[in-house]
Write a new protein. Structure first.
Length: 479
C-alpha cells in the first residue's frame, strides 16, 4: 500500500545497485534530510522481479547498468505489464546527461539524480511520489465526474441546469423530449419560457422547493412533476443557479410508488448541491501538494528540471479538473476574475505549449510551431484563452493517439474576423490524425458530446473552448 500522504515517511525503497558504497550514499542523503525509509537492495534482474512480486514499494531507485543485466531494460518491459509500477529514479554516475534526458523523455524513468549530486535524491523521491499520487487522484476525479454525467444522461428523469441568469447550461435527453423547444445548451441568452410557463414563475424561492405539476406542450393530457433546487450553498447571496428534476407522472404511477420516487429525487438533489464540496476539497489538496513541492524545488534553486515542469503540469491539470467541476455546478463565468491583459499572442501560446510539449512527445505527438513575426499584442483574459487552447490541443492529441501519433501544427498569424471582416489574430491547430466525420462536426461544441470512451473524456473541452472564444468576441471553426 502507498502512503496516503505522498510527503510522509517512512517509505519502502527498492534499490538496484551493485556498489554497496553507493547504497550507503543514497541512505546517507535520505537520512540527512530527515527522510526515513526501509531499504531493500537487489543486484540481479531475478532479485528485482521477485522483490516487486512479493511486496509493494513506494519508489524504485536503479543504476544504469549492473553486471549481467540492464535495470532500465527490465523497467521498460515492466511498465507495459504493470501500469502501477512505483516511481523510478535513475541514480547513476557514468551516463551522459544527453542519454539521461532521452531515458526520461521516453518515460522509462520518472527522474534522475547524478551520484555526484546525491544530496538531490530526497527531493527527487518526494516529488516523484507527489506527482504520481496527484496523477492518480486527478484520474479518479475525472472518472467520477464522467460517471456522474453519464448517469444523468440515462436516468428516466429530465435534468435541466440553469445558471443564476437562467441561461441553460445542460439538458439531458429526457428533458429535451419533454421540452423540445429549449435552446441549445449552453445558451447565450436567458431562457424565458419552459413550455407553456414563464420560467421566472417556476424558479425556486428557497434551496429546495416542493414539486410542481406542468403540462407538456406537445402532448395533450400529459403532465410532468418538477422538483427545483438551488445550485450551490443554500444561501440567497451565494447560490450559483438552478437544477430542475422532471419526471413523467404517468410513468411514475406505472413503475414507482410516491414514497420511493421522492426518496430518489431527494438523493439527486443532495448530490447536486454537495458535489462541489466533495470534489473540490481533494482537488485543492492535489494542487496544494503540487505547489508545496514546486516551492520547495524553487527554494533549492531548481526551476528547470523535469520534476519542476511536471509539477507545473499537475497544478495546471488540477485547475482544469476544478474547472470541470465548476461547469457541473453551472458557474456562468470561470472564477478567475475578469481582469484582462495585453500580451503578444505568441507569448500566450508558448506558455501552453511549454506545459504540454513533453507529455505529448512521450506519446508520439510532435508539436510544430508556425508563428508569424511582429504580431500585435491582444487584450484578453489570458487564463481563459490558454484554457481554450489547451482544450483544443488535448483534443488533437487524443485524435493522434488513435493512429499511433503524428504532428500537431500550432499557427499564430494575421487574418480577418469571419463576421466583421476586421483585422484579427488567428490561432490555428491542425493535426495529422484521421479527421472528423461530417456528421460529428455539427455536434462538436455541444456540452457533454464526445466520441471517446466514457473513461477518456467528459465532452466539455470543446464546448468550454467555444464559450470562452465567443465570450471574447471571437469565432471558433472546424475546417
Amino acid at each position: 500500500m502507498h502512503p496516503s500522504n505522498p510527503l510522509s515517511a517512512p517509505f519502502r525503497i527498492l534499490i538496484a545497485e551493485d556498489r554497496l558504497e553507493d547504497v550507503e550514499l543514497a541512505r546517507f542523503a535520505m537520512e540527512q534530510q530527515g527522510v526515513a525509509a526501509d531499504w531493500k537492495v537487489v543486484q540481479s534482474e531475478e532479485a528485482l522481479l521477485e522483490a516487486l512480486r512479493e511486496q509493494d514499494y513506494d519508489v524504485l531507485i536503479v543504476d544504469y547498468h549492473l553486471p549481467g543485466f540492464s535495470p532500465l531494460e527490465s523497467i521498460e518491459r515492466l511498465r507495459s505489464e504493470r501500469p502501477d509500477l512505483p516511481p523510478v529514479i535513475l541514480f547513476t554516475g557514468t551516463l551522459e546527461e544527453r542519454r539521461i534526458a532521452e531515458v526520461v523523455q521516453q518515460g522509462i524513468v520518472d527522474d534522475y539524480v547524478l551520484k555526484r549530486h546525491f544530496s538531490r535524491l530526497p527531493s527527487a523521491v518526494l516529488h516523484a511520489l507527489a506527482f504520481r499520487q496527484a496523477q492518480r487522484r486527478v484520474r479518479e476525479l475525472e472518472t467520477l465526474i464522467t460517471a456522474l454525467f453519464s448517469a444523468m444522461g440515462r436516468i428516466p428523469m429530465g435534468v435541466l441546469i440553469f445558471d443564476a441568469q437562467c441561461r441553460l447550461l445542460y439538458a439531458n435527453p429526457m428533458a429535451l423530449s419533454f421540452w423540445p423547444d429549449l435552446p441549445e445548451a449552453p445558451s447565450s441568452q436567458p431562457v424565458q419560457r419552459l413550455g407553456n410557463y414563464e420560467l421566472s414563475s417556476l424558479l425556486p424561492s428557497s434551496g429546495n422547493d416542493g414539486p410542481v405539476a406542468l403540462h407538456l406542450p406537445q402532448e395533450e393530457g400529459r403532465w410532468v412533476k418538477v422538483r427545483r433546487f438551488w445550485l450551490g450553498p443554500e444561501e440567497e447571496d451565494r447560490f450559483q443557479g438552478y437544477v430542475f428534476i422532471a419526471y413523467d407522472v404517468m410513468e411514475e404511477r406505472a413503475r414507482y410508488d410516491q414514497l420511493h420516487l421522492q426518496s430518489r429525487l431527494a438523493a439527486i438533489g443532495e448530490l447536486a448541491s454537495g458535489v462541489a464540496h466533495e470534489i473540490n476539497n481533494p482537488l485543492q489538496s492535489i494542487v496544494g501538494f503540487a505547489e508545496l513541492a514546486k516551492e520547495q524545488l524553487e527554494a533549492r534553486g531548481d526551476s528547470t528540471s523535469s520534476i519542476h515542469r511536471a509539477l507545473e503540469v499537475i497544478i495546471r491539470e488540477g485547475m482544469r479538473a476544478a474547472y470541470i467541476v465548476r461547469e457541473l455546478q453551472n458557474f456562468a463565468e470561470r472564477q478567475m476574475g475578469t481582469k484582462t491583459s495585453r500580451l503578444p499572442p505568441q507569448v500566450i501560446v508558448e506558455e501552453v505549449l511549454r506545459l504540454v510539449e513533453k507529455p505529448f512527445w512521450v506519446h508520439g505527438c510532435q508539436v510544430v510551431r508556425e508563428f508569424e513575426e511582429d504580431l500585435p499584442p491582444i487584450k484578453v483574459r489570458v487564463g481563459e484563452i490558454q484554457q481554450a487552447l489547451l482544450n483544443v490541443l488535448l483534443n488533437a492529441r487524443d485524435a493522434l493517439l488513435t493512429v499511433g501519433g503524428g504532428q500537431i501544427f500550432v499557427r499564430v498569424k494575421r487574418g480577418q474576423h469571419p463576421l466583421t471582416r476586421q483585422p484579427a489574430v488567428v490561432f490555428e491547430v491542425e493535426d495529422t490524425g484521421p479527421g472528423i466525420a461530417a456528421e460529428v462536426q455539427q455536434h462538436l461544441f455541444i456540452p457533454f458530446f464526445t466520441t471517446k470512451d466514457p473513461d477518456k473524456g467528459t465532452g466539455l473541452g470543446l464546448s468550454t473552448a467555444y464559450r470562452i472564444i465567443t465570450a471574447h468576441g471571437g469565432q471558433i471553426q472546424v475546417i
